[in-house]
Design a binder for this molecule. Structure first.
Ligand code: NAD
Length: 243
């Protein structure tokens, strides 16, 4: 039985990834921070469809919780085959309005949380001599977003980190890739008015907002054998917004 861990999978892009990987035959660990009920709903959907899933409480900004989630998975399922570092928070506003606490929270979640999860996954995958890691960055990690400078810094860091780790672990049979979503319809964008959303959509060559499933499909491909010669890459899922 293949096992996949997805951080922040109780909703949005993470839940679409969990459901999609379960359909590929993975036993899925649905990582969540606070909302146990929502995480259980995702598991119930998977189980109803004949899959295997369980929720696991893990705040990715707390290294001991990340370590415990990976160790739990390895102990229970004997292997950790795929890890998707997805849990993240947005941070909209001028840099001059970001407090020290806010900056620390964003970097701890959106960058250090990714690094910690990938480190713990790598420990298991290097000993298995196999594994797949996918990190969920952002188009702002590629080009920088105005009023999202701290978020962009974290997401840009995720891209550089993923490329570096890919080189480090490749000879051990572990692939590391990154997806960089554009504007995807999830709660992370709930701060935007419909008017602001329409203005973004007007800029998107494919003329629609992305769906969590668009990102999940890219993740499924990256973790499949069809991408067995692909590592260290950033796959943009953005409707052509950033080319
Ligand atoms: P979302 O807000 O619906 O989901 C984020 C998830 O991460 C939530 O389940 C949340 O509880 C969880 N989370 C936040 N902090 C956490 C923590 N400390 N520990 C564990 N879980 C935590 O938004 P989403 O769009 O599904 O975001 C998923 C990822 O995609 C994020 O990393 C986000 O930055 C990235 N992303 C989203 C978009 C977009 O437009 N939606 C674009 C680019 C990148």
């Amino acid at each position: 039985m293949k096992t996949a861990i997805i951080s922040g999978a109780s909703r949005g892009i993470g839940s679409a990834i969990a459901i999609s990987l379960a359909k590929e035959g993975y036993a899925v660990i649905v990582g969540y921070c606070n909302n146990a009920d929502k995480a259980q709903e995702v598991c119930d959907l998977i189980i109803k469809d004949g899959g295997i899933a369980e929720s696991y409480k893990c705040d990715v900004s707390v290294p001991s919780q990340v370590k415990a989630m990976v160790e739990y998975t390895k102990k229970k399922y004997s292997s950790v085959d795929t890890v998707v570092a997805n849990a993240g928070i947005g941070s909209y506003g001028m840099l001059i309005d970001h407090t020290d606490e806010k900056i620390t929270q964003v970097i701890n979640t959106d960058l250090i949380g990714y690094i910690t999860l990938c480190r713990e996954a790598s420990k298991v995958m290097l000993s298995q001599k196999s594994g797949n890691i996918v990190t969920v960055s952002s188009m702002w990690g590629q080009v920088g977003g105005s009023c999202e400078s701290v978020y962009s810094a974290a997401k840009g860091g995720v891209i550089a980190f993923s490329k570096a780790l890919a080189k480090e672990v490749a000879l051990s049979g572990v692939r590391v890739n990154c997806v960089a979503p554009g504007f995807i319809d999830t709660d992370i964008n709930s701060n935007l008015t419909q008017e602001e959303k329409n203005a973004v959509i007007a800029e998107i060559p494919l003329a629609r907002v992305g769906k969590p499933q668009d990102v999940a499909d890219a993740v499924v491909w990256l973790t499949s054998d069809k991408a067995s010669y692909v590592t260290g890459q950033v796959i943009a899922v953005n409707g052509g917004l950033i080319i």
